[in-house]
Design a protein around this ligand. Structure first.
Ligand code: GAL
Length: 438
């Protein structure tokens, strides 16, 4: 099934055929692929793929993946059904409506973990465990990931990548102007806030944050730093009280940091909110490591123009999320969807995609030569993923169902806009989390 090391001529032929079929309008032809091996002559047609990698640096990763898909599966035509909005802020809503109306795409992006269980419980996605045998994936992924993908012994999606959410991105020159050594990571949130005050005193914006889900990601990172991995994990099984004093302390830190942000970005997506850090107008932003793609696109160099470090106080804890693709119940082009799942899980797909996206490959069986193709940030992230304690992201579907994270988004946005105080935020977070401890 896997086609490795295809000869150049075959690749060229495939690309031409892929281009021809996508230019054909309807793309619904069942024409033979023209593949010289003659296999799969009957398959074909459009494969509609929903992601939220619709614009900016994220789109580049998707394009790299599509290129591999066109090479590996020239008989199919990729149909881009991406919905704009970082973190899936718009895509998830549209998907929910389309799935409820029994009008699913052929495959869609979801997050490994709690978010998948939403779709599984609603019987909207198929068990794809058999594909793990067919594509020889069972031992290709690390156990940490397989555990988060498995529900009652079945696996319902195929992962393309692993991202880390609790990362601070900092502009080196802005820190230096404020007298901060960019290589010295503050020990905890209080020390980090003290550095932000230095940036403010030097006349630059200390920190930016964007729209609601980015605010929730900042908050979850502070919770991880202040609570530590065990107590943070306890927030999702009732062992740690959302209305307890540890959470209050974290929310007070969050409050102080929000007071240091530039409020003009609060309705922006993550990439515009990261721009001041890229351009040297602000010091810090907390974001997942898809930010690497934005720095790369702007031609900025890791450890020269910018530094990245775990949110202070969370060194050794990797706030995990993984993008994972599904086979929806009722998909029109099941063979096409399977071909997409094969591409995103193949070594070629994972290398092409992740070297651009900033994520690390979900596969853990790449050779040293293959791993050497990744940038320095990703080399560091791979090491952390192997050594750190792994916890799950709230904002990106790993720790909490969409119903819970949506309510948390609303509560955090209300607070950030000044419409509630720490006590009010804590109460609303506790209410939002209540279904998880039942
Ligand atoms: C996450 C997703 C990432 C990235 C990010 C920003 O939910 O897992 O791959 O796309 O949103 O849009």
């Amino acid at each position: 099934m896997k086609r490795t090391g295809a000869v150049a001529g075959l690749i060229a032929l495939s690309l031409i055929l892929g281009a021809c079929s996508s230019g054909g309008g309807g793309g619904s032809s069942d024409q033979p692929s023209g593949d010289q091996s003659g296999e799969k002559a009957a398959a074909g047609g459009e494969v509609s793929v929903v992601t939220w990698w619709e614009a900016g640096s994220e789109k580049k990763g998707l394009e790299a993946l599509v290129e591999v898909f066109n090479t590996q599966h020239p008989e199919f035509t990729f149909k881009n059904a991406a919905v704009a909005g970082g973190g899936g802020s718009q895509a998830k809503q549209k998907l929910a409506a389309d799935l409820a109306a029994k009008n699913p795409p052929d495959t869609f992006q979801a997050h490994a973990g709690a978010e998948l269980t939403d779709y599984i419980d609603a019987m909207q996605i198929e068990d794809v465990s058999a594909l793990y045998d067919e594509f020889d994936l069972t031992n290709a992924f690390p156990k940490t990931l397989i555990d988060r993908l498995t529900v009652d012994g079945k696996i319902y999606s195929v992962p393309s990548n692993i991202h880390r959410a609790n990362v601070v991105w900092a502009n080196t020159a802005v820190l230096e102007e404020a007298g901060i050594d960019p290589s010295a990571v503050p020990a905890d949130i209080d020390a980090w806030i003290a550095d932000m005050e230095k940036v403010k005193a030097a006349g630059k914006t200390p920190i930016t944050v964007g729209m609601a889900w980015t605010q929730l990601e900042l908050l979850e990172s502070i919770l991880i730093s202040d609570l530590g991995a065990d107590a943070y994990n306890g927030l999702f099984n009732g062992e740690t009280a959302w209305d307890g004093p540890e959470v209050t302390k974290a929310l007070e830190h969050f409050d102080k940091i929000i007071q240091l942000t530039d409020k003009s970005f609060l309705n922006e997506d993550w990439e515009p909110a990261m721009t001041p850090i890229i351009e040297g107008n602000a010091a810090y932003n907390v974001m997942g490591d898809w930010a690497v793609a934005a720095f790369d696109t702007a031609g900025k160099k890791y450890k020269e123009d910018y530094v990245a470090f775990p949110v202070p106080g969370s060194d050794g804890i990797f706030d995990f999320l993984a993008d994972s693709f599904t086979l929806p119940v009722g998909a029109k082009n099941v063979d096409g969807a399977k071909a997409w799942l094969q591409t995103i899980s193949s070594k070629e797909g994972q290398i092409a995609f992740n070297t651009i996206k900033g994520s690390i490959p979900a596969r853990s069986d790449l050779s040293e030569d293959e791993l050497a193709q990744f940038g320095e940030y990703q080399q560091d992230a791979m090491k952390s993923f192997a050594e750190d304690t792994i916890v799950s992201s709230i904002a990106h579907g790993a720790a909490a169902p969409v119903g819970v994270s949506d309510k948390m988004n609303d509560a955090v946005a209300k607070f950030v806009q000044g419409a509630s105080d720490v006590a009010g935020l804590q109460q609303e977070l506790a209410q939002a989390a209540a279904p998880m401890s039942k």
